[in-house]
Write a protein that binds this ligand. Sequence first.
Ligand code: IMP
Ligand code: MG
Length: 182
Amino acid sequence: MSYDIQQIHDLRFRRFLSRTEIADRIVAIGKEVSADYQGKQPVIISILNGSFIFAADLLRTLTIDPFITFVKLSSYQGIQTTGLVSTVLGLDCSLKNKDVILLEDILDTGKTLYEFAHQLQQEHQPASLKIATLFYKPDAVQYPIQADYIGFSIPNIFVVGYGLDYNGFGRSLPDLYVLAEE
Ligand code: IMP
Ligand code: MG
């Protein structure tokens, strides 16, 4: 599917970033990560559901061979954050003395990453912890959390595609779409 306008449920979205722009940026992030972790085997934790496409694309640009695992966290319903972060699927490996990179699709209020990163630091004592997010909404952030690798800073508008959903749909769109003004 590749139309300029997409209807999902009751809302209309327009194309905002193309798959090529996203792919180019991911290659650049992959170079940075590979250089920073040269000679190391970091544990990459991809935060489901949204980051699975970013994870799949980023991992295949790396020249290092990381350990990869997944957690499933949830905070959104529709286009609103509920303000509560729940762990739907937890960690299945030890992070003690490991270099950890959290992969997130989008940093919005920052609540998900803030809560999860703090929980990891306290319960697992990793050697280091960095955050990579593909999209970042600087005007939405409400928690003191900073990403070490950022794909794109975007306006504070709801987006779908490239892994991100609106009530479960839109994730498979290869490009990124933004909520259209009516
Ligand atoms: P935060 O905890 O408010 O930073 O929100 C993080 C999570 O909310 C992300 O991992 C996404 O799953 C979801 N989210 C935030 N903004 C958007 C958006 O614009 N579109 C789709 N999902 C979003
Ligand atoms: Mg997410």
